[in-house]
Design a binder for this molecule. Structure first.
Ligand SMILES: Cc1cc2nc3c(=O)[nH]c(=O)nc-3n(C[C@H](O)[C@H](O)[C@H](O)COP(=O)(O)O)c2cc1C
Length: 150
């Protein structure tokens, strides 16, 4: 399967988690890793997408990820056929807004026709697991092999 990993980060944690996911998948899949801030709205729906995104402000997207979703809002591309998974990052000290960043990503892609695959992961910076370790284990459990490659 061809896989694109898009990360949205403020301080680099999501980028490191994205790299761990790429390492976990690259033996079996062709993997491309990109900063979501550098991506236009021409999403190749035939690639499986993994969004790795942290949370800032009051349950907001990282600043660098906002332009991508603003462009999606402007152009409203039809993402029917896109299959994606989300690894969100947050901190449970932010009780009301825990992991909203990844949830916003899932909501926006689903609203445009994308289908979320696998468990929605939520890393907790106040928890015991290192983001890279949780991300690699989660990625190995994704049902990518069951998806038809295009
Ligand atoms: C100023 C600030 C605001 C934050 N707001 C939230 C929040 O509302 N909800 C949440 O779950 N985590 C929040 N976090 C925690 C980060 O999402 C978490 O530390 C994450 O691992 C950072 O990933 P990054 O380095 O890729 O940006 C916040 C962190 C900071 C520093």
């Amino acid at each position: 399967m061809r896989v694109t990993i898009l990360y949205g980060t403020e301080m680099g944690t999501a980028e490191r988690a994205a790299a761990a996911i790429a390492d976990a998948l690259s033996a079996d899949h062709e993997v491309d890793v990109r900063d979501i801030g550098d991506v236009d709205t021409d999403i190749d729906i035939h690639r499986f997408h993994i969004v790795v995104c942290s949370t800032y402000g009051s349950g907001d997207l990282p600043t660098g990820a906002e332009p991508f979703f603003d462009r999606l809002d402007d152009r409203l591309p039809d993402l029917t056929g896109l299959r994606f998974a989300v690894f969100g990052l947050g901190d449970s000290v932010y009780d009301d807004t825990f992991n909203r960043g990844g949830e916003i990503c899932a909501e926006r892609l689903t609203a445009l026709g994308g289908a979320q695959i696998g468990d929605h992961a939520r890393h907790d910076a106040s928890g015991a697991l290192l983001p890279q370790d949780q991300a690699a284990a989660w990625a190995r459990g994704l049902p990518i092999g069951a998806l038809t490659s295009a």
